[in-house]
Design a protein around this ligand. Structure first.
Ligand code: HSE
Length: 431
């Protein structure tokens, strides 16, 4: 049997402890699959004495500074589970690669912001930089796109990439409660962070989307090219109206190549009821790829949690143990394209608009006139309630149009004195 692969784990939080547990419980299986032992030789964490529900292996080296793992002669693979795009996580990954160690990370922010230079560094050192756990938790979507679907050009890649947002939107639909109420309950239950902005403002989804887009389109990771909108403005009323029109609201990350470059966008979408993506509820994640030969593939599963994330981390370690070292993205770094970002203003699609307007004669005529002036065609309108002198909802669904036109329409509508609240716009995605 070959010599053991020696692992140094930085970060012993939920995922780090999950990795230790999986390595211990599946030791025999992994030995058989790798043809060698996977042995944790060094660890680093802020707190030595915390009860993690798993014993550390005997003789393990404890590093108070995670960056020391990069220097240790007892470590072949550094497993970075600290998180954050800068600071210790970045320094550790860079120095580990430069020191000739393989790196496995679950750090989507790091890859979204520095993925290209890290990939070049890994290739120069002839070492692996693996990150299956960074997108979709336990779903093996990185390997699926990079390896299983390598023969395809992708018409589009999209998905539910953030469990917190999907949980909140699902709960809003199930209970009729508003965003703030559900967020606060989710925080009490530990499903949402005390500072939820990375999740609910779409940034976490954008990190993950930029990685998927790079893999699918053979381009450098470009987080700055992602159009980002979160879910804070989605109202309980929008979720009800969506249902009436035959849709369910989901926060999606979507990427596709257009004539103007690569379009990457994150925003709430009206998805048709019954479509695979609309049926994914709770904290579950899903990714849909449409390849020109493979057709549509749907990958669904737990996007977070100790077990699923550890499963993805260890899949990467198994690859390294088997000497399966690939370029980190779709191709060697020198082959990746510096792609243009397709501007959001050129996006084409249908739109849902909810306006709160004073219940007065002529208001509807004013709204439709503005839309006609900007060449936006209306598919359906609903106006509910009767409240003379007060605000009532008017909901419009448009035919396909250009985002730039909708921006102009929204600016004009906001300026009408009978429109008494900020209009809500949600893009309709016929996925
Ligand atoms: N915060 C992420 C989510 C999980 O809510 O899906 C880790 O990527």
């Amino acid at each position: 049997m070959r010599e053991p692969l020696r692992l140094g784990i930085a970060g012993l939080g939920t995922v780090g402890a999950g990795v230790l547990i999986l390595l211990e419980e599946q030791q025999e299986l992994l030995r058989q699959r790798c043809g060698r032992d996977l042995r944790v030789t060094a660890v680093s964490s802020r707190n030595r004495n915390k009860n993690r529900g798993v014993a550390l292996p005997s003789n393990v080296i404890w590093c108070d500074d995670a960056r020391d793992l990069a220097k240790s002669s007892e470590v072949d693979v550094v497993i970075e589970l600290i998180g954050g795009a800068e600071g210790v996580a970045r320094q550790l990954v860079e120095s580990a690669l430069d020191a000739g160690k393989h790196v496995v990370t679950a750090n989507k922010a790091l890859l979204a912001l520095h993925g290209s230079q890290l990939a070049a560094r890994a290739e120069k050192a002839d070492r692996a930089l693996c990150y299956e756990a960074a997108v979709g938790g336990g779903i093996p979507v990185i390997k699926a796109i990079r390896e299983g679907l390598a023969a395809n050009r992708f018409e589009r890649v999209y998905g539910i990439l953030n469990g917190t947002c999907n949980y909140i939107l699902t709960k809003m639909e199930d209970t009729g409660a508003d965003f703030e109420t559900v967020l606060s309950e989710a925080q009490d239950l530990g499903y949402a962070e005390a500072d939820p902005s990375f999740d609910v403002d779409g940034i976490d989804t954008a990190h993950k989307l930029s990685i998927l887009a790079s893999l699918a389109y053979g381009a450098h990771v470009d987080m700055s090219a992602v159009y980002i909108e979160g879910i804070r403005h989605v109202g309980a009323m929008d979720i009800q109206f969506a249902r009436e029109f035959g849709y369910r609201i989901k926060l999606l990350g979507l990427a596709r190549r257009t004539a103007h470059g690569i379009e990457q966008r994150v925003h709430p979408c009206m998805t048709p009821l019954g479509s695979p993506i609309s049926e994914v509820g709770g904290v579950t994640n899903a990714v849909v790829t449409v390849g020109n030969y493979a057709g549509q593939s749907v990958f669904e599963g737990p996007g977070a949690g100790a077990g699923p994330t550890a499963s993805a981390v260890i899949a990467d370690i198994v690859d390294i143990a088997r000497n399966q070292i690939l370029p980190p993205f779709a191709a060697p770094s020198s082959q990746l394209e510096h792609a243009r970002a397709s501007p959001m203003e050129l996006h084409q699609g249908a739109y849902y608009l909810r306006l709160t307007v004073l219940d007065q004669p002529g208001v509807m005529a004013g709204i439709t006139a503005i839309m006609a002036e900007h060449g936006v065609s209306i598919d359906s309108i609903i106006q509910r309630g009767r409240a003379p002198g007060a605000g009532v909802p008017v909901v419009l669904i448009t035919h396909d149009t250009e985002e730039a036109r909708m921006n102009q329409v929204l600016t004009r509508l906001k300026g009408l004195k009978q429109v008494v609240e900020t209009p809500v716009r949600i893009r309709i995605e016929k996925v």
